[in-house]
Design a protein around this ligand. Sequence first.
Ligand code: BGC
Length: 257
Amino acid sequence: MSEIGFGIDIGGSGIKGAPVDLSTGELLAERVRISTPQPSTPVAVAETVAQLVNQFGADAATLPIGITMPCVVSNGITRSAANIDHEWINHPAAETFAAALRKEVTLVNDADAAGIAETYYGAAQGQLGLVILTTLGTGIGSAMIYDGVLIPNSELGHLEIGGRQAEKRAAASVRTKKNLSWKAYTRRLQRYYSTLEFLFSPDLFVVGGGISRDSEKYLPYLELNTPIIPAQLRNQAGIVGAAWYAFHLQGSARTQS
Ligand code: BGC
């Protein structure tokens, strides 16, 4: 039986999706991107997701569909909304998407999806022990994976360091907004990763998000005992992880993280 899932990655600016071959982690068709509607309310986002799936024809709707959200997700309910419309807080998101798509969907936090994708197909393949993946983007997302098993909704971007949430100081968006030099930004990352290292003693850090393209500008300058490496799947990680989740969890007792 072919292992194919359909992954959709919902972000503050774009909604991206594609079918994924889960035996390789490769996209089976070029991904489609539609701008996230503004305001990014549940109804508007769900309509956009349905439009996106329709662009792949009738077959796409027969695949297990997984959707990432930049929110805490538990049992199909989105519990937080740091960088998306506040209507998502305590919203029955899986139901809203299921109504728009007329089928069951699997929801997963965006960083958790990226963590799963990097574990099975990317930078953390075969890594035992604790992997912490962080995505540096508009905010900071995190995934904790122990011996290949995800511990969902870790939300380490909201860790308070020196009285401020880490993502308010060290997200990639902060570097751009404040026009920080790479050196100044690296100092902020140093504080963040040193704190994570002290608290969790991971075996590997993986750094994802758009900024992983520029990893040579900051990763070599971080002083840590833990190896720290860039993510490999770049902007496909969310799609691939969402498809993996849907394929492996739909129909099981745990349908959502
Ligand atoms: C949210 C996380 C999300 C991350 C990256 C944070 O602000 O709280 O749930 O994973 O941004 O999008």
